[in-house]
Design a protein around this ligand. Structure first.
Ligand SMILES: [Zn+2]
Length: 304
C-alpha cells in the first residue's frame, strides 16, 4: 500500500492517494443501459427534439446535430450536441470525431460572441453514473455569466506565480516520464498528478494555446483522444462511465494553457468528499500509468 498527500499544481487542491491493490476498480462489468422507447437523438426522430441550431452533414445524412437543451440549466445558453447518428458508438469508434471537436470550437466561438458571457463549459458525459440521462452519445455546451470556481483557482495560480503553470508541469512530467502515457506531434497525454478520480487523464497541447477557440489540429487531437479512451476502456471495461471536460479560457484571456480531462467514474464520492471537498483516490497516478502502458504494449504485440 502506498499513501501520500498531493497538491494539484494548478488548483492548489489537495488529494489523498491511498493505493491499495485489492481496492482497484479495474475490469468493471459493462453497464447495461435501459433503452428509451424511442430515442430522441436517433436519425428519423429529429422531430422529437427542438429545432437544431447547427449541423454537420456527411455523405448520407447528418453526423453531428446541435440542439437547444430541452431542460436548460440557463435558458438559451445550453446546447445538447448529438455526437453521432449511431446510438451505440463512443468517441473511440467515431469516424468523424475531428468534426465533433470542430463543432465544440464553433459553439465556443458562438457563445463567446454573446454579451455578458464569461465562460463556456464544454463537456461530455458517458454512462448513467457519469450523468448521461440518455444513452445516445451526446455532449453539452453551457455558457455562463460568471467564471467557474476551478478556472478562478487556476487563473489565480498563473497570476500569483507569473508563469505558465501547466506548461511547466508538462515539461517536468516529460523529464520524469513517470506519468506520461503517450506523446504525439502536438499533444502530451498524462495521468493527472493529483487526480480527482482514479485514472484521471489529461491531454495537453505541447505549445501554449490558451483556449480551445484557437485550436485547429482536430484530426491529430481526434486520434489522440480515440487512442486514450480506447486504452482506458481496454483496462477498465468497455462500458466504462466517464466524463470529458475542456478546461479552456475565454478568448480574451491569453495567459492560460488549455487542456482536456478524461475522468473515469470508477469511484463514488462519499461523506468525506462532501464534507471536505477533498478526495481520496485509490490508485496512484504513476501506478495507473504503468498499468495502462502494459495494456498498450500488450495490445501492440498482439497486432504483430
Ligand atoms: Zn439513439
Amino acid at each position: 500500500m502506498s499513501f501520500f498527500i498531493r497538491e494539484d499544481p494548478l488548483t492548489g487542491e489537495r488529494c489523498i492517494i491511498a493505493s491499495v491493490r485489492s481496492r482497484r476498480p479495474h475490469l468493471l462489468r459493462e453497464v447495461v443501459e435501459e433503452e428509451p422507447f424511442q430515442c430522441p437523438f436517433c436519425p428519423g426522430n429529429e422531430s422529437l427534439t427542438p429545432k437544431e441550431s447547427f449541423r454537420v452533414d456527411g455523405d448520407s445524412g447528418w453526423l453531428v446535430r446541435v440542439i437547444p437543451n430541452k431542460f436548460p440549466a440557463i435558458p438559451h445558453m445550453h446546447d445538447v450536441i448529438v455526437d453521432s447518428p449511431d446510438h451505440r458508438t463512443d468517441v473511440d469508434s467515431m469516424p468523424h470525431l475531428d468534426k465533433l471537436l470542430w463543432t465544440y470550437k464553433e459553439r465556443l466561438v458562438y457563445y463567446y460572441n454573446q454579451d455578458s458571457i464569461k465562460y463556456v463549459a464544454v463537456f461530455r458525459n458517458r454512462g448513467r453514473s457519469a450523468g448521461a440521462s440518455i444513452p445516445h452519445p451526446h455532449s453539452q455546451v453551457l455558457a455562463l455569466p460568471f467564471y467557474p470556481r476551478r478556472f478562478l483557482k487556476e487563473r489565480d495560480r498563473y497570476e500569483r506565480e507569473n508563469r505558465n503553470v501547466l506548461g511547466d508541469l508538462m515539461k517536468k512530467e516529460l523529464e520524469l516520464q513517470e506519468r506520461v502515457l503517450s506523446v504525439s506531434k502536438n499533444f502530451v497525454v498524462l495521468m493527472a498528478y493529483a487526480p480527482v478520480t482514479p485514472y484521471e487523464v489529461w491531454i495537453v497541447p505541447k505549445e501554449q494555446v490558451s483556449s480551445f477557440v484557437f485550436e485547429s489540429r482536430f484530426e491529430e487531437l481526434a486520434e489522440v483522444l480515440k487512442d486514450t479512451v480506447s486504452l482506458l476502456k481496454s483496462f477498465l471495461g468497455e462500458g466504462l462511465p466517464y466524463n470529458i471536460t475542456f478546461q479552456s479560457a475565454p478568448p480574451w484571456d491569453r495567459d492560460y494553457h488549455y487542456y482536456i480531462r478524461i475522468l473515469p467514474r470508477v469511484a463514488v464520492f462519499g461523506g468525506f468528499e462532501l464534507e471536505t471537498e477533498n478526495v481520496i483516490v485509490s490508485v496512484a497516478p504513476e501506478e495507473a500509468a504503468m498499468e495502462l502502458r502494459t495494456v498498450k504494449y500488450a495490445g501492440k504485440t498482439e497486432l504483430k
